[in-house]
Design a protein around this ligand. Structure first.
Ligand SMILES: *Cc1c(COP(=O)(O)O)cnc(C)c1O
Length: 222
């Protein structure tokens, strides 16, 4: 078994049944993705629209592709025909564009709302307050070609596990609050996307259902 396959087996073996591994393959060559595919991995995450489009075109069609990075509105059209989930919706404008492009190809695209809980200023996403405002006031219910499935976040890039845990905890509390107020009559709101190579064990303890792991599996990116 290759290193990639070993890592996938090792990580997958530790996951509770409600948590899925998104193998983050951005900047990695097709051969490495195919190595992961060969041991059964079917869920991949990419963060550049054109790269994702190319990989989708030349890889097996039973792969579920998640877009995990910052998505510019003018790039949505490249991925709308096939993407299985868009993780980092950080504005109502982007959600409207995803809806528009999904309508064109007659699809309903599952989306996650990105929230900003980390200390870094540069990270994208809604603050918890903006997120609540969004769900209470924006016209998202009328966007029939997107389905909001949950929340996504990134923790501060730090070695301090307490800070990371606190941020994921805050994200999960917000998730629960929105689920129990806005989505009381719906099963749609069920996904929490947090946890990367360095912090996914903490993320799982703090309610994650989708961990996005790249370098642990594929090694350093090109
Ligand atoms: C690159 C990336 C990851 C994976 O990061 P690793 O540290 O390599 O596991 C996860 N989430 C997002 C949004 C990313 O851009």
């Amino acid at each position: 078994m290759s290193h990639i396959q070993n890592e996938i087996k090792r990580i997958t073996a530790t996951l509770p049944t409600n948590v899925r591994l998104v193998a983050v393959s951005k900047y990695q060559p097709i051969e490495k993705l195919m190595d992961a595919y060969a041991c059964g991995q079917r869920l991949f995450g990419e963060s550049h629209a054109q790269e994702l489009k190319q990989k989708h075109e030349c890889m097996p069609k039973d792969i579920e592709w998640h877009f995990i990075g910052h998505l510019q509105t003018n790039k949505v059209k490249y991925i709308a025909p096939f993407v299985s989930m868009i993780h980092a919706v950080d504005s109502y404008k982007l959600l409207c564009e995803i809806n528009k492009q999904a309508l064109k190809v007659n699809r309903i695209i599952p989306c996650l709302i990105q929230i900003h809980v980390a200390q870094e200023e540069t990270k994208f996403g809604f603050t918890p307050e903006e997120c609540k405002w969004f769900f209470q006031h924006e016209d998202w219910k009328n966007l029939k070609n997107v389905r909001i499935k949950g929340l996504m976040c990134m923790a501060t890039n730090t070695n301090d596990a307490h800070i990371i845990r606190e941020e994921f905890h805050k994200a999960h509390a917000l998730f629960q609050e929105i689920k129990n107020t806005i989505f009381v009559d719906s099963e749609d709101f069920s996904e929490c996307s947090w946890g990367m190579s360095d912090d996914y064990p903490i993320a799982i303890e703090e309610g994650s259902t989708l961990i996005r792991v790249g370098s642990n599996i594929f090694g350093a990116r090109m």
